[in-house]
Design a protein around this ligand. Structure first.
Ligand SMILES: NC(=O)c1ccc[n+]([C@@H]2O[C@H](COP(=O)([O-])OP(=O)(O)OC[C@H]3O[C@@H](n4cnc5c(N)ncnc54)[C@H](OP(=O)(O)O)[C@@H]3O)[C@@H](O)[C@H]2O)c1
Length: 270
């Protein structure tokens, strides 16, 4: 068995990163070792995950196998990091550890995993459908061959941006937290439709297609948000009536502050 990629914490995001690599046969199931913490997750994955990867309980004797993998993805919650203890079976060379944890800095990671070269990757939930955005901050000691392999992991499910670590908190706020903001906006607009007498289901369907069409138009025709706003806002019309209410309620500044709030929370995890 040649172990290639170890995954410490096989939850939502780890699954979204690994599954397309298996789908596209970039990795074979037997090359992957994953750890989870609870009996429930372990049994659920054993029974329901579509690939027969090596999956172990974090407190089983086999869990050490994950530390034999030259590349590891650390995908527990930041609050669970204190329970992970480094083991290094490769005395001569440092292995690579890619952390997808919100906020936790390279400096902190290197103090917890001194026998690994650590990398940070901030990714977002649309990687589940191959539409993700991933920001990577490298450690200086990673060579080009490993860089390409790691970039390939994430390019397989979306776009990759390379940053200095300082920009990862704002990247996270804008790409990783903001899908929840968009979902909330869709839900609220759907409630607007409901208030006007449509069903919630139809309202949400309309809102989703409206957003999709609006975004495509901005991207395909290279129309800026401000230009598009002006296109649909006629004098004394319905749209300016809506925008006036949003301005009065501080909608724009609330959105700006929500991004800053997410960025600051990410910085707290350092
Ligand atoms: N959710 C997002 O949109 C998103 C986006 C980008 C990045 N992230 C980052 O991705 C990370 C994971 O998020 P998630 O949403 O995938 O969380 P999740 O679904 O809760 O996954 C966490 C995984 O870690 C496992 N785990 C917990 N303690 C462990 C231990 N001591 N040893 C081994 N495994 C352990 C859990 O196992 P059990 O299920 O058995 O407890 C679970 O499989 C977070 O750090 C988050 O910041 C999340």
């Amino acid at each position: 068995m040649t172990l290639k990629v170890g995954v410490i914490g096989f939850g939502n995001i780890a699954k979204a990163i690994i599954t397309p690599l298996l789908d596209q046969e970039i990795l074979r199931p037997e090359e992957i070792v994953c750890l989870v913490n609870s009996k429930k997750s372990f049994e659920n994955l054993k029974k329901n995950y579509k690939y027969k990867i090596n999956i172990y309980h974090s407190n089983s004797s086999e869990s050490d196998l994950v530390w034999h993998c030259p590349i590891k993805i650390l995908a527990v919650k930041p609050q669970q990091l204190k329970n992970i203890k480094e083991v290094n079976f490769n005395e001569n060379n440092k292995y690579i550890l890619i952390s997808i944890l919100a906020g936790v800095s390279l400096k902190t990671l290197e103090s917890i995993f001194p026998k690994h070269n650590c990398i940070r990757a901030v990714t977002n939930i649309p990687i589940t459908i191959g539409q993700g955005l991933t920001g990577i901050a490298w450690n200086n000691d990673i060579d080009d061959k490993n860089k390409n392999f790691i970039k390939n992991i994430f390019e397989n499910s979306g776009k990759v941006y390379e940053f200095s670590e300082d920009y990862l908190d704002i990247f996270l706020a804008l790409t990783s937290s903001a899908p929840a903001i968009i979902a909330l906006i869709i839900d609220a607009l759907g409630d607007g439709g409901l208030s006007g007498g449509l069903t919630k289901k139809l309202s949400e369907e309309l809102v989703l297609d409206m957003i999709f069409g609006t975004v495509l138009m901005m991207k395909d025709l290279k129309v800026s948000p401000n230009e598009l706003k002006n296109m649909v806002t006629s004098p004394a019309g319905t749209t300016i009536a809506a925008l006036r209410i949003l301005e009065e309620k501080g909608f724009r500044s609330t959105l700006i502050e929500s991004i800053i709030g997410a960025m600051n929370k990410s910085k707290e995890f350092r």
